[in-house]
Design a protein around this ligand. Structure first.
Ligand SMILES: Nc1ncnc2c1ncn2[C@@H]1O[C@H](COP(=O)(O)OP(=O)(O)O)[C@@H](O)[C@H]1O
Ligand SMILES: [Mg+2]
Length: 254
């Protein structure tokens, strides 16, 4: 572990077997405060599995995770719960509670997990919904919201916990093309405000100016990594560039 105080999250040599298949084959990375790391690569390469291992939704078979310089001991329940509160997760399919309105979706964890009083949790939730442009939608239920609005509620919910890092797993890939922009704009604002994030995405054109490192993942390993100028420049002979060139025909940039 290095002693650089700016390092928020460090993972070393993460391995994971699922269904008898080696899905992660030794993944390591370091994320500094305020960084946006972009995870990209072909479908099935292990991006979702990696993000789930980082937040311990899937326990890694091997590997270590450090938050703010301290190793997380996941077998200790209190440590696991504290860690989960500090590492937010945004899923492709939003994962909202259908029976709760937007405000309660954002405030529920503040009340149940952080034990914050209802009125204060509500104020905090309102503030976060305002931040993602949804202050007029607080009473609406997920079924009454568009996909883009639902994803913004889920971002507000993550923000409400005041996390040290947010993991985003293809946050716009379940959205209709015309709704992608409103969600990416919120993510761009977060990156500019200094939020520390790891995001799996194919919207590389939109976010490449905000990242200092792209991690190209294939077959359970990060096979290339570096700044976008290096991996994506016109003369770069990288798998990452080839992959992104191919995506250009498939992924619509807002
Ligand atoms: N629960 C599981 N059991 C068996 N294999 C799985 C399971 N979950 C994911 N996989 C496999 O792991 C591989 C990596 O998947 P994933 O992490 O979703 O990749 P990505 O997000 O890069 O598309 C895929 O081949 C997928 O079929
Ligand atoms: Mg995935």
């Amino acid at each position: 572990m290095n002693n650089n105080v700016a390092t928020v999250l460090q993972i070393t040599d993460i391995h994971k077997v699922l269904g008898g298949k080696e899905i992660l084959r030794g993944v390591s990375m370091t994320v500094d405060k305020g960084e946006l790391k972009i995870l990209i690569g072909p479908s099935g390469g292990g991006k979702s599995t990696l993000l789930q291992c980082i937040n311990f939704l899937l326990p890694p078979d091997q590997g270590r995770i450090f938050l703010d310089g301290s190793e997380v001991h996941f077998h200790k329940k209190a440590e696991l719960y504290r860690y989960r509160q500090q590492v937010g997760m945004i899923f492709q399919d939003f994962n909202l509670f259908d029976h709760l309105n937007a405000l309660d979706n954002v405030s529920i964890a503040l009340r149940k997990v952080k034990k914050i009083h209802k009125a204060e949790a509500g104020d905090r939730a309102y503030h976060e919904l305002e931040r993602v442009g949804l202050s007029d939608k607080t009473d609406l239920y997920p079924a009454e919201l568009s996909g883009g609005q639902k994803q913004r509620v889920s971002i507000a919910r993550a923000l409400a916990m005041d996390p040290k890092v947010i993991l985003l797993d293809e946050p716009t890939s379940a959205l209709d093309p015309e709704l992608i922009g409103e969600v990416l704009r919120v993510i761009v604002d977060l990156a500019r405000s200094g939020m520390t994030m790891i995001m799996a995405t194919h919207q590389i054109g939109y976010v490449k100016s905000l990242t200092n490192e792209i991690l190209f993942m294939e077959n359970g390993r990060i096979i290339e990594h570096g700044p976008p100028e290096k991996l994506l420049s016109a003369d770069a002979d990288t798998r990452c560039r080839g992959f992104c060139e191919m995506l250009k025909d498939l992924v619509r940039e807002p």
